[in-house]
Design a protein around this ligand. Sequence first.
Ligand SMILES: NC(=O)c1ccc[n+]([C@@H]2O[C@H](COP(=O)([O-])OP(=O)(O)OC[C@H]3O[C@@H](n4cnc5c(N)ncnc54)[C@H](OP(=O)(O)O)[C@@H]3O)[C@@H](O)[C@H]2O)c1
Length: 350
Amino acid sequence: MNTIRTGLVGITGYAGMELARLLAGHPAMRLALACSRAGAGKTLGEFYPFLSSLAGAEVVISVFTPEEAAATCDIVFLATPAGAAMGMAPPLLAAGCKVVDFSADFRLRDAQTYESWYSLAHSATDLLEQAVYGIPELYADDIARARLIANPGCYPTSAILGLYAAIKHDLILPDDIVIDAKSGATGAGRKPVPPMLFCEVADTFRAYSAPRHRHTPEIEQEISRIAGREVRLSFTPHLVPMNRGMLCTIYAKLKNPHTSFERVHEAFCDAWRNHPWVRVLPEGALPETRYVRGSMFCDIAPVLDARTGRLIIFSVIDNLCRGASGQALANANLMCGLPLNAGLAQSPFA
Ligand SMILES: NC(=O)c1ccc[n+]([C@@H]2O[C@H](COP(=O)([O-])OP(=O)(O)OC[C@H]3O[C@@H](n4cnc5c(N)ncnc54)[C@H](OP(=O)(O)O)[C@@H]3O)[C@@H](O)[C@H]2O)c1
């Protein structure tokens, strides 16, 4: 395998940290550039002691410039907050780099929807059409051809994978979907803000951003695409006092209330048969965040509530690996012609 020179902007954030961990064990990618403003001047090994003596530890963190990134990298990961990538991606793409963006800047097809949910004016609308939404199980061919990936949000990843089989196999009414989601605190990023301090997060449990969390239009866009019609749904996230992990409980009305559990389970198994990262659990088993921690697995359990005519779907991922950096790396593998699971074959650290 040729070595692929890799850049990572946002190295000091949680998603950047997770990607640095994964890249340290990647067989074909080498971290050539790591960027942050606050961490500039330190080596990665100094900033992240867990990386000491591992690949990438010697890289000195620098402030991002498109010129340096274009000169030193074949592919650049932008693990930065919404609004940053729309300025960084255009010069990188123009210089021939591939780009994987972690933020929402290129996820929403419609710039007005982005502007109304993110309260930011979009400055690179011409790139929206070429950006490919990066769920490798669903769009591998497009991802392999892409130069710009819109890496999905963590909640959307869990919700879309959870709902995919039920919609594809026409099992549920797409108009009455409720997604009740819970995330660990790393989902909010590393910036030190009062609501995320230890004493505000530990030993309590709260919903937030109801009813307008920014991931709502992204989930609706992608579920509409799968359903082949416009879908509106309810989505409410909650913060759980744990570091990482995410669980979506999804409620939907069955199209045919007499559908059997066997039919549902078969449809889910059928949809994911060739995609080993999505594990459909056997009847009676329910997923837990600890069993997917630090991995690409999405564990899914459909449960039939015959009394109410509802299908309840539990979908669990690790928000930092599957929900961000692992998925970004899987997309980058496809873009670079590498095996999908290069650097990603490790077991969950339960
Ligand atoms: N955390 C998750 O579970 C998760 C899951 C899915 C997707 N994401 C997405 O991944 C991205 C990063 O999330 P995170 O949780 O890692 O955030 P974070 O912990 O807050 O880190 C953000 C990183 O971006 C850098 N940064 C901030 N503003 C910047 C700017 N204007 N220009 C350049 N660099 C900037 C920061 O370093 P400096 O300020 O020092 O430059 C820091 O390294 C976000 O778009 C987020 O929505 C996160």
